[in-house]
Design a protein around this ligand. Structure first.
Ligand SMILES: [Zn+2]
Length: 299
């Protein structure tokens, strides 16, 4: 059992990460940053406050107070991340009813103009054909697909070419026609050709835990497709860490992956990478480049 698996199950789960969640390196570099108010409010219940004279604090000047955190960089694998690791409950507070009424209203309060932008974000991605092209060499139609965190299935590759389309999702939205919401019991009874994990790993506190869960749904021939943003700051990153450590704010994406960090993460979880690509994908997400990875269970 690799180190990351052992530690992700035990000592590594601290409120403030002391090890890289991709490669488990503990020699990390940090710089101060802010947790954006929408995130601190919705996940932690910490709204910004104005400290004035009525607080009676003799040693602290008056002014706005926000939730502080750190930008944390792993020099070993190039991973950049928020040091605060949210609990399951905090992630649920943040993502339940994702982009629905309460979420949108609170976000509009802190980030005026969000509501309008949300309308384009929920429009669906426009590069599914390129995802299908990337995966085609490894699959034979018709395909049995499980989309892990796949929302309604509207962005699932091969959605019109699957003999079976299962969605594992906590938000309980009505899936698209032909797709079915399933629980872990049903997953364990089904054999899949393709498991999709798209735009999930940038949001979770312990990506290795999620990948180990997904692994349970796979057989030796199953392809796992992972998609995460290749954030602009990571595209321009270099070895001196200067740019990475200048990141001063954190929002929903708490994990910024480098290619090396992704490779180390999936290898540590027991997968072999069979293809990796950086795709320029101006889709519904507010990033222009994505990483695409196809994996199989390690032999
Ligand atoms: Zn690392």
């Amino acid at each position: 059992m690799s180190e990351i698996i052992k530690t992700s199950m035990s000592t590594c789960k601290e409120r403030i990460a002391t090890a890289c969640v991709c490669c488990n390196n503990t020699a990390l570099k940090k710089s101060p940053a802010l947790l954006m108010p929408f995130i601190s409010h919705r996940a932690l219940g910490l709204a910004p406050v104005k400290i004035d004279e009525t607080w009676g604090l003799k040693t602290i000047p008056t002014g706005m107070a926000y939730a502080l955190c750190h930008s944390t960089f792993c020099p070993s694998c190039g991973f950049l991340f928020l040091d605060v690791r949210f609990s399951e409950r905090e992630l649920s507070s943040l993502y339940e009813g994702y982009r629905e009424k309460d979420y949108t209203e609170l976000r509009e309060h802190y980030e005026p103009g969000y509501k309008k932008r949300n309308e384009t974000l929920t429009g669906g991605v426009t590069y599914i054909d390129q995802v299908e092209k990337f995966l085609s060499p490894f699959l034979t139609s018709p395909i049995k697909t499980l989309d892990w965190g796949g929302d309604t299935g509207k962005n699932t590759p091969f959605k019109n070419n699957s003999s079976l389309l299962h969605i594992y999702e906590i938000n309980n939205k009505q899936p698209i026609e032909g797709a079915k919401l399933v629980d872990k019991k049903e997953i364990s009874k089904t054999t899949y050709d393709l498991v999709v994990c798209s735009h999930v790993l940038e949001h979770v506190s312990y990506p290795s835990d999620l990948l180990l869960e997904i692994k349970e749904a796979m057989q030796s021939n199953t392809i796992l497709y992972i998609e995460v943003p290749f954030e602009e700051i990571m595209q321009n990153a270099n070895d001196d860490m200067e740019l990475q450590l200048k990141k001063r704010h954190w929002h929903e994406h708490i994990n910024f992956y480098s290619e090396e960090s992704l490779r180390r993460l999936v290898a540590n979880c027991g997968f072999d990478v069979i293809a990796l690509n950086k795709l320029n994908a101006w889709g519904g997400a507010n990033t222009s480049y994505i990483f695409q990875i196809a994996c199989k269970l390690a032999k």
